[in-house]
Ligand binder design. Structure first.
Ligand code: UT7
Length: 322
């Protein structure tokens, strides 16, 4: 049997750090409120000359180096992002060019905070069906560019960053399965109201930023993450005790803690990085994964559950042997 197996992970956080205290200088908030309500201590913000392609490229190069492959072995590049460099071409083709390769398929995928799990699902299917042997899946975001820095209800929550994995066909177990879901009925609870196809309307300039009903999204996220965890484990005959690591989307420590509690995972087996980089949307899972792989927590052969929830709403999970 052929599996898609992660053979390398990578990530990148922009050098510029904005602390909670920095934000408290320009808006009515405090380090105490942000830490208590979200678990976030700081976020990284891209410099003027860094874009999603720049930081996505660094994460991909990092993962490629860890995988020990040559770039010309890559036959699929997938970038999950809500903040592409340009309307077109895809950020994936910009990264492909900067990697110095051409010919392989490269495209972007938009599923908000669930984008990386969606990307894993697509790449897994390509690899298992023989459509690709080596795929790079990148989650990269410059959310600072769609953040209203005068809105304390959202500005404190988001950050910029990128994470990536190299997947390769293997006889050794890798991704067991990924599950993706969406329900568009509550679009307005978390969205950027302005968009390309509506035409750029300067009188609505203030709507080109993230708007969220945080509390409603919070409740929905906790309930949904619980049901997807149950579905994933039951669907594959896996008991929660068999899981070595839970690697959730990093939006809010309280959401992560609630999901872990319902799953019966002790917090020592949960990868938490939201304190360091806030919510980086599609980048948050591969960032957390890479950090825990590089610091030695996640070991080869261990069983991981990845889970995401985001705008759309979209949600999904991946069960995999690292
Ligand atoms: O990536 C997936 C999508 N995103 C998420 O998963 C995020 C989901 N939501 C959340 O993380 C939380 O709902 C928040 C952190 C956004 C808010 O926490 P909450 O416990 O749901 O607070 P709340 O929205 O009910 O607001 C509580 C109070 C309000 O004041 P009043 O009305 O009680 O007087 C807010 O105005 O906190 C106020 N508040 C703030 N105070 C200080 C809201 N933002 C801030 C702030 N600093 N930055």
């Amino acid at each position: 049997m052929t599996y898609a197996r992660i053979i390398g992970t990578g990530s990148y956080l922009p050098a510029k750090v904005v602390t909670n205290d920095d934000l408290a200088e320009s808006m009515e908030t405090s380090d105490e409120w942000i830490r208590e309500r979200t678990g976030i201590h700081r976020r990284h913000v891209a410099s003027d000359d860094e874009t999603t392609a720049t930081i996505g490229l660094y994460a991909a190069q990092n993962a490629i180096e860890a995988a020990g492959i040559e770039v010309d072995e890559i036959d699929l590049i997938l970038v999950a992002t809500t903040t592409p460099d340009k309307v077109f071409p895809a950020t994936a083709t910009i990264i492909q060019r900067r990697l110095g390769i051409a010919g392989c398929g490269a495209f972007d995928l938009q599923a908000a905070c669930s984008g990386f799990v969606y990307g894993l699902d697509v790449a897994d299917r390509y690899i298992r069906s023989g459509g690709a042997r080596t795929a790079v899946v990148i989650g990269a975001e410059t959310l600072s560019r769609i953040t209203n820095w005068e809105d304390r209800t959202t500005a404190v929550l988001f950050g910029d960053g990128a994470g990536a994995v190299v997947l390769q066909a293997s006889e050794e177990p890798g991704i067991v399965a990924a599950h993706i879901h969406a329900d568009g009925k509550q679009e307005e609870l978390l969205h950027v109201p302005q968009g390309i196809s509506q035409g750029y309307d300067q009188t609505r300039a203030g709507e080109a930023y993230i708007q969220m009903n945080g509390n409603a999204v919070f409740r929905k996220a906790v309930a949904t993450l619980d049901s997807i965890a149950r579905e994933t484990l039951a669907g594959h005959g896996v008991e929660k005790e068999q899981l070595d690591w839970f690697v959730p989307h990093q939006a809010n420590l309280r959401i992560i803690t609630a999901a872990a509690k319902k799953l019966g995972m002790p917090m020592e087996r949960v990868v938490v990085t939201v304190d360091e980089h806030a919510n980086t949307s599609s980048a948050s899972i591969p960032l957390a994964l890479d950090i825990a792989v590089r610091d030695g927590r996640i070991q080869r052969g261990e069983l991981l559950l990845l889970e995401a929830f985001g705008a759309g709403f979209t949600w999904g999970s991946a069960l995999l042997y690292y």
